[in-house]
Design a protein around this ligand. Structure first.
Ligand code: ATP
Ligand code: MG
Length: 561
């Protein structure tokens, strides 16, 4: 194990930054940014980028900007802007007063475009988009020059100004960078800088009818904000020469771009486009559906910001795309909630138990520990009475050898309460077990027998008379295949692998009465059942709980069998 703090244990991004600081490349200044496009809600993949950009700035005493790359007015909206801001804050990061929008730079970008035209480095092309695509060639064959490539500076300026003035319909012209149609990088073959779009922008309204492309905007936005390290995902590696070309052609500062691998998880999809399709197609109940990997969904499910930050730290950054097992996220959630979630008792699939020797009118309060991992969480009192709810699968009428829980004639411990013995089983006319008659040993209060006799199981329970009813939502993976992005063949729809059993609703579970006051967002461990979080659908009349995760990796257990 190498647990030294030398450069070997630092990831490659931090090593590059260390080196830049040593060599004085960035004047000892660190400025990063998180640049979302406001065309959807954030997912846990974005969290990795947020943790990296904000985390690095914090570690090096630098700052991080939040900048919306809002260059596609058709798909973007202020609703997304607001949700993204809220989700970043929820995750625990703060951009202070450094909130920017690429659309704030539209005037400057336009000026620069005219400058490139005057320098003979950009031209108005009047081919259709299909013709432009066809003329681009292939990675192994060079493209062909556009017939408009040799337009004069005057003609280009005139046409570009008239594009801006709204004289042309969409698709009539575009502005292209004049680089090299035979360049080995396809992206460098005279890429498009501006296109005509007669649409309203969520911030600039109707001011513009030409919009800059992402590639023409991104690098200069970083430059204007004096970003020192532009940290992005691997797919932008081949855009780097283009960003460099624009900054060099304009003679402006350009940051060092560092690419890292995206976060992907098994059993789900991560691209915003696919998430949007699931939401709009009604396959899930909105962006905050607890089955989605969106930050909203994870939050509603009961996942904590600390668990997400811990996942991001654990997976680290590399130069290779890979898929992280969902179990890693679930374990991060368990580790965090184990320390912070108070324990409660709840019964999801109830069977009634009558303690025949416990007086009808008697009840008592028993002390229960709130969190064995955290003494400061204290204790609470749980009511006990003659009729209880137990979990149906904690009883077997004809148990196999390895079943140690309740069975006819057998004694078990009730958590924080007494030993009880099953004396009699009541069936309905179909032979289904509907009630158990048990006796309680009053000398075992608190869970130990004075004669030292032992039991093999401790069960959770809820006093029937005091119980609070709740709906409980149990989740399974959203997809029934591990890699839903990889469909067998092109004709197969990736949505065909959605898991029909990803949500199971328990309409009536029974909870101990202290949960009557639980508020949306509160998280608990239901003993032996998992971690649960109160859903925003919850009301005073009806409690609704989401299961966040089970207590152990249910899949590992299934594999062992
Ligand atoms: P998607 O492909 O899911 O639509 P995107 O890259 O188009 O995502 P942006 O809004 O452009 O979404 O992303 C903002 C930042 O988050 C970018 O710097 C991007 O590289 C980063 N990012 C997006 N997805 C991931 C991911 N899965 N893992 C790590 N970083 C990501
Ligand atoms: Mg993007």
């Amino acid at each position: 194990m190498n647990d030294s703090t030398s450069s070997e244990s630092r990831d490659f991004v931090r090593q590059i930054i260390d080196e830049d600081l040593r060599s004085g490349r960035c004047d000892g200044r660190i400025r990063t940014r998180f640049p979302p496009e406001p065309n959807g809600y954030l997912h846990i993949g974005h969290a990795k980028s947020i943790c990296l950009n904000f985390g690095i700035a914090e570690e090096y005493g630098g700052l991080t900007n939040l900048r919306f790359d809002d260059t596609n007015p058709e798909t973007e909206s202020s609703e997304y802007v607001e949700s993204i801001k809220e989700d970043i804050r929820w995750l625990g990061f703060d951009w202070g007063d450094r909130l920017y929008f690429a659309s704030d730079y539209f005037d400057q970008l336009y000026e620069w475009a005219e400058q490139l035209i005057r320098d003979g480095r950009a031209y108005v092309c009047s081919l259709s988009l299909e013709e432009i695509r066809a003329g681009r060639g292939t990675p192994s064959e060079p493209g062909t020059d556009s017939p408009y490539r040799s337009r004069s500076v005057e003609e280009n300026l005139d046409l570009f100004r008239r594009m801006k003035a709204g004289e042309f319909p969409e698709g009539a012209h575009v502005l292209r960078a004049k680089i090299d149609m035979a360049h080995p990088h396809m992206l460098m073959r005279d890429p498009i800088m501006y296109r005509i779009r007669h649409v309203e922008h969520h911030r600039t309204g109707r001011k513009w009818c030409i919009y800059p492309t992402y590639d023409y905007t991104h690098g200069q936005s970083d430059s204007l904000e004096k970003i020192t390290h532009s940290i992005c995902t691997l797919e932008f590696e081949n855009h780097r020469p283009l960003y460099d070309w624009f900054c060099e052609a304009l003679g402006i500062h350009h940051p060092r771009q560092i690419e890292f691998n995206r976060l992907n998880l098994t059993w789900t999809v991560m691209s915003k486009r696919r998430l949007l399709e699931l939401v709009e197609g009604g396959h899930v109940n909105g962006w905050d559906d607890p089955r989605l990997p969106t930050l909203r969904g994870l939050r509603r499910r009961g996942c904590t910001p600390a668990a997400i930050r811990s996942l991001c730290a654990r997976v680290g950054v590399t130069k290779h795309n890979a898929v992280t097992d969902m179990v890693v996220l679930e374990n991060c959630i368990r580790e965090d909630l184990n320390k912070t979630a108070e324990r409660r008792m709840a019964v999801l699939d109830p069977i009634r138990v009558v303690l025949t020797n416990y007086p009808e009118d008697q009840e008592e309060l028993l002390e229960a520990v709130n969190n064995p991992e955290d003494e400061s969480a204290g204790t609470r009192m749980v009511p006990f009475s003659r009729e209880l709810w137990l979990e149906r699968d904690d009883f077997m009428e004809d148990p196999p050898k390895k079943f140690f829980r309740l069975a006819p004639g057998r004694e078990v411990r009730l958590r924080y309460a007494y030993f009880i013995r099953c004396e009699n089983v009541v069936h309905d006319s179909d032979g289904r077990v509907i009630e158990l008659h048990c006796t309680v040993d009053p000398d075992t209060r608190g869970g130990t027998a004075p004669d030292g006799r032992r039991v093999k199981a401790t069960l959770h329970w809820v006093s029937a008379r005091h119980a609070v009813s709740a709906e409980v939502r149990l989740y399974d993976h959203l997809f029934s295949v591990e890699h839903p992005d990889e469909v067998a063949d092109e004709s197969q729809d990736w949505k065909s692998n959605l898991n029909p059993d990803s949500l199971r609703v328990v309409p009536e579970a029974w909870l101990e009465p202290s949960l009557a006051d639980a508020m949306p967002g509160d998280r608990f461990q239901f003993e032996r059942l998992g971690y649960f979080c109160v859903d925003p659908d919850s009301s005073d009349e009806k409690k609704v709980f989401n299961r966040t995760v089970t207590l152990r990796d249910a899949w590992a257990r299934a594999r062992k069998k």
